[in-house]
Write a protein that binds this ligand. Structure first.
Ligand code: XMP
Length: 509
């Protein structure tokens, strides 16, 4: 495994992705990590990430310098390289000119990190400081017109430094450089596959849980579904999944989850119909924040009530993913951590004193999908678009009633059917219908109508932090609009949302 020390660069998760693309397992850990723990992890190499700080700044992040005595290869990227130089007796100085963007890279010598790479290539720079003096035993291996020390190495010790970012796509040979570091320099084997992950995880879960029982809140989304299947493989019926039907789900959603998990996959599933409880609680509530609070509160109440019925349960499983884990503990987490927290509906039943099991906490989303495939989860569950915990309540503006839910469900089902039929489903981050708290005039046959308006929202995005409205073909929008107005009673107007995030959000609330 490769250890990535997190100095706070926005590209850290990208470094991890790149390493795993070569089927090498890696972990991102904070610089405060104890040297003994690092030794215990027995990494085959260490990557020191970039970061926004300057090495001379007070409080700039530092890792135990003992890493340079472990006898394993180390690659420093940007700030990571400057940290290495500063730690080993070289000198870092403030550059006259900040270098940002593409630069021509001229490499010298052969082998090492640049093995098999043309002498002239491009790289992506983003730095203020630069190297003034090399540490003893190091030599320069690449330069750009503005940066003399764009790369350096001490081949004897297997220490390498890159001033630029090999992990971003703007460094076209970056993948090759990382591959050289991982496979040739560190000697890693390409053994990180989903098959091996399943095997290792099952062993770890068994060791951690023994013959105790686990409860898992199944939402039908990819993360909780894959977590459920993995745990089911490890401990069978000692896992109980609780699925709460809050009445705010999309058409046929609850039925589908029941069929797949209970009937096909034979997972121990408790299906709780709590529709009335939720809808009664939401009666007359129009304020979106109040809706969220009410839904969260009722969810915990229902979940706890069910969980108590499972005698001897000691663990609660969650489908936490790696980005959540890194963001929640990162000292430089930035606004993303805060943005995420308001999406957590309810949270955990705190007073139940259950121990947490998070079997996906070292995986990225696309790896979770691969894992789902490996475990036999049906394709349409694997590729489901994200769906908010408070469900259709955030897509019905105004009062949430049975009738309004039914109208929105039908419109949404038509939209999804057309988006899928025209092969846009997987290209969208999300595509859904929203019911507005307005009516407008229409004409149907010879009759004047006064009915509801539905808005269509379709966005592309990588992480929901920013999103672009999808440029769906007019013909497809026309068909969706036509079908919704013709097939769903109560709607006489369909509009398309052409706002991006920011300044808008994805959900309308
Ligand atoms: P916004 O509307 O803030 O949404 O742009 C960003 C992403 O978060 C999803 N979302 C939620 N997910 N529980 C969730 O699990 C929630 O309460 C929740 N609210 C919004 C939203 O669908 C979008 O993908």
């Amino acid at each position: 495994m490769i250890l990535i020390i997190d100095f706070g660069s926005q590209y850290n998760q990208l470094i991890a992705r790149r390493v795993r693309e070569h089927h090498v397992y890696c972990r991102i850990e904070p610089p405060e990590m104890d040297i003994e723990r690092i030794r215990a992890l027995a990494p085959e190499g260490i990557i020191l990430s970039g970061g926004p700080a300057s090495i001379y700044e007070k409080g700039s992040p530092r890792v135990d310098r003992g890493i340079f005595n472990l006898g394993i290869p180390i690659l420093g990227i940007c700030y990571g390289m400057q940290y290495m130089v500063d730690s080993l007796g070289g000198e870092v100085v403030g550059a006259q000119k900040r270098e940002y963007g593409f630069a021509e890279l001229h490499t010298k010598g052969t082998g090492g990190i640049f093995d098999g790479i043309e002498k002239k290539t491009k790289c992506w720079m983003s730095h203020g400081d630069t190297i003034g003096k090399l540490p003893p035993g190091f030599k320069i291996t690449a330069s750009t017109p503005d940066t003399k020390v764009a790369a350096l190495e001490n081949r004897k010790k297997n220490f390498y430094g890159l001033q630029f970012h090999p992990e971003v796509v703007h460094t076209p040979e970056g993948k090759r450089m990382l591959k050289n570091f991982l496979l040739q320099i560190c000697g890693c084997k390409k053994s990180w596959t989903m098959k091996s992950f399943v095997k290792d995880s099952i062993r770890e879960i068994k060791a951690e849980v023994g013959d105790k029982k686990i409860i898992l809140g199944l939402s039908g989304g990819v993360d909780s579904s894959v977590a459920a299947l993995l745990l089911h493989c490890a401990i069978g019926d000692h896992l109980t999944c609780i699925f709460v039907d809050n009445g705010l789900l999309r058409q046929d959603e609850a039925k589908k989850v029941r069929f797949v998990f209970k009937r096909d996959l034979k997972v121990n599933l408790r299906f709780v119909n709590a529709k009335r409880e939720f809808l009664d609680g939401l009666k007359g509530v129009v304020d979106p924040e109040r809706k969220r609070k009410i839904i969260g509160r009722i969810f915990i109440k229902v979940f706890e009530r069910e969980a108590r019925k499972i005698k001897g349960a000691e663990f609660l499983a969650q489908g936490t993913l790696y980005p959540d884990l890194i963001e929640s503990r990162s000292a430089f987490g930035g606004p993303s951590a805060v943005i995420k927290s308001h999406h957590n509906v309810g949270g955990l039943p705190k007073n139940m004193k259950l121990k947490l099991v998070e079997p996906l906490k070292h995986l990225f989303k696309d790896e979770v999908r691969l894992l789902g495939k490996e475990l036999g989860l049906p394709e349409d569950l694997i590729w489901r678009q994200p769906f908010p915990g408070p469900g259709l309540a955030v897509r019905i503006l105004g009062d949430v009633t049975d009738r309004r839910l039914s109208i929105l469900r039908k419109a949404d089902a038509i939209l999804i059917e057309e988006i899928k039929a025209n092969n846009f489903y997987r290209k969208m981050w999300q595509s859904f219908a929203v019911l507005l708290p307005l009516k407008s005039v229409g004409i149907m046959g010879d009759q004047r109508t006064y009915e509801h308006i539905v808005a269509i929202r379709a966005v592309t995005s990588d992480d929901a932090m920013t999103a672009d409205w999808a440029k769906l073909p007019h013909s497809l929008l026309g068909k969706i609009s036509n079908r919704i107005i013709n097939e769903v009673r109560g709607i006489n107007r369909v509009v398309y949302d052409t706002s991006s995030k920011p300044p808008s959000t994805i959900e309308w609330e």
